[in-house]
Design a protein around this ligand. Structure first.
Ligand code: SF4
Ligand code: SF4
Length: 171
């Protein structure tokens, strides 16, 4: 599996046109369900050690709730105000919300490939890459799956296997 962020980004860019075509293919064949993709991705996730990757902690934006900021503060033994001040920033898309600060290369809490607040990490982090999302249709999520496959090798590999499984051949 390809965990090197730059190599994964390059591979994903090569696949951009194909992935767009694949999404059109799925839209034209409504009988494809999300479940086979979830099974593939879950299998890959189970044999993946995220400590060898941490791409999502470097590249994703993480929205945090007030309760999550309080949990991080308690975990670190800091005041809520200081966590808010030093480790979060306003969400540029919604100033009433906060994002975890990104230092420019990674989340403020990433140390090497390890999360300093792992036991108190926000739901966005706990849930990514969202391969157990419930009963959504694949078409509804394929856009975000293709987008996040540029960051997450689990999704990249599952997507490639899923194309093969449903008999899609790139044109
Ligand atoms: S809080 Fe932890 S898991 Fe979440 S992005 Fe930051 S380092 Fe990664
Ligand atoms: S969830 Fe995906 S991007 Fe994040 S560390 Fe694991 S393999 Fe890497």
């Amino acid at each position: 599996m390809q965990a090197d962020p730059e190599r994964l980004r390059q591979l994903a860019q090569v696949k951009q046109a194909e992935n767009l075509d694949f999404r059109r293919h799925l839209a034209a064949h409504h009988h494809h369900s999300l479940e086979p993709f979830q099974i593939l991705a879950t299998r890959i996730e189970l044999r993946t050690d995220c400590r060898e990757c941490a791409n999502c902690c470097r590249q994703m934006e993480v929205r945090v709730t007030d309760a999550e900021i309080r949990a991080v503060a308690a975990h670190l033994g800091m005041t809520v105000d200081n966590v808010r001040l030093w480790h979060t920033v306003p969400d540029p898309e919604d100033s009433s919300q906060r994002l975890l600060r990104n230092t420019g290369s990674a989340c403020t809490f990433l140390d090497g490939n390890l999360c300093l607040v792992y036991d108190a990490r926000p739901a966005v982090c706990r849930n990514f890459p969202n391969v157990h999302p419930g009963a959504h249709t694949l078409g509804a999520r394929m856009e975000s799956i293709c987008l996040h496959a540029e960051v997450c090798p689990i999704l990249f590999e599952a997507l490639e296997q899923y194309k093969h499984q449903v008999g899609y051949h790139s044109r």
